[in-house]
Design a protein around this ligand. Structure first.
Ligand code: UFG
Length: 325
């Protein structure tokens, strides 16, 4: 039985991966300090409460478990917070990740799947965004991810640590069985916020900016189902087994939806109406972010199952109703 270490396995994308990969037959050890995640989101895994920056803990963990590969989801993800507190973003997302990588090298664990982000690209120079697009992050969060991607190249060359960097566009949706869902404290992401307005947990949703150079004036994003992301991680593990070399892939559907379209979809899927307010732009939001994921399809054999926003919203709504109503 192959054992994986999943850091940040109590968080949104991490916990969905734990469930998906467990169903594929892997043994799983989760390392999460619960600073952002929730212990009850960890299903069927050995859970260790701790931080990826704790070298002594990592030494004990890698000695006690024969880890074949690591998936690193443990990081801070809020763009706005990263602008306010760059130090904690660099300490956690870069510094602590380095401690994890060095522990992997010490214990001869040579495979890593790293959670990267569309934020490494900054303001798009063209759309859709392929892997060759210039990397010009415009905030500390994006820079922290790009720094790690670059140092992973050095770790491959020097130590033979092979990695697949997966650059998520807008992760959304929930486990189709509604056992897990999107949960952040505080919540800042559009899809869960609109659903909370639909369920009555929130009084209204505010649209950040209506004067963008898009058809309806609101920002366009490429929403990708969290289950499809999990499929990509599984394929990334198989890629590392087959090729023993590093790579990076952009993960999105290639379809852009505006904020107004997201709100309309939530209205039609839930059959509920709610108040929508229109506010100013949020700082640092590019107008359009859409992925070109042809490389992931070709190289990983990735075939997203949930291309339509309806599916993403339907699953997220099922979880919202089951757990919060
Ligand atoms: N939005 C609103 N109202 C809200 C919340 C969001 O109008 O209450 C808008 C945002 O301004 C943006 C869009 O909805 O235009 C999507 O916003 P999210 O916060 O859901 O997602 P982002 O596109 O800002 O961020 C996502 C990830 C980040 C990652 C980024 C990559 O959550 O971790 O994509 O660009 F860095």
């Amino acid at each position: 039985m192959t054992t994986l270490l999943i850091t940040g396995g109590a968080g949104y994308i991490g916990s969905h991966n734990v469930k998906f990969l467990r169903a594929k037959g892997y043994e799983i050890v989760v390392l999460d300090d619960l600073s952002r995640g929730f212990a009850d989101a960890v299903t069927d895994a050995t859970f260790i409460n701790g931080n990826i920056g704790d070298a002594a803990l990592l030494d004990r963990l890698f000695s006690a478990h024969r880890i074949d590969a690591v998936l690193n989801f443990a990081s801070f993800i809020q763009v706005g917070e990263s602008v306010q507190h760059p130090s904690s973003y660099y300490l956690n997302n870069v510094g602590n990740t380095l401690v994890l990588l060095d522990a992997m090298v010490r214990h001869d664990v040579t495979k890593l799947v790293f959670s990267s982000s569309a934020a490494i690209f900054g303001n798009p120079e063209y759309s859709p965004i392929d892997e060759a697009h210039p990397k010009a992050p415009i905030n500390p969060y994006g820079r922290s991810k790009w720094i790690v991607e670059q140092l992973l190249q050095d770790y491959d060359a020097a130590y033979g640590l092979h990695s697949v960097c997966l650059r998520y566009f807008n992760a959304a949706g929930a486990d189709p069985e509604a056992l897990l869902g999107e949960r952040h404290e505080p919540e800042t992401h559009l899809v869960p916020l609109v659903l909370q307005a639909a369920s009555g947990r929130r009084e209204h949703i505010t649209v950040f900016g209506t004067d963008y150079p898009t058809e309806d004036g609101t920002c366009i994003r490429d929403y990708i189902h969290v289950e499809d992301l999990a499929q990509a991680h599984w394929q990334a593990l198989r890629y590392l087994d087959a090729h023993r070399r590093s790579a990076a892939f952009n993960l999105g559907n290639g379809n852009g939806y505006s904020i107004r379209q997201v709100i309309d979809t939530v209205r039609s899927v839930t059959g509920r109406d709610f108040r929508v307010e229109f506010g100013p732009r949020r700082a640092g939001d590019p107008s359009v972010l859409v992925a070109d994921s042809r490389l992931a399809r070709q190289e990983l054999g990735w075939t997203p199952q949930y291309g339509a926003l309806d599916d993403i919203v339907r699953h997220a709504w099922a979880w919202e109703r089951k757990h919060w109503q």
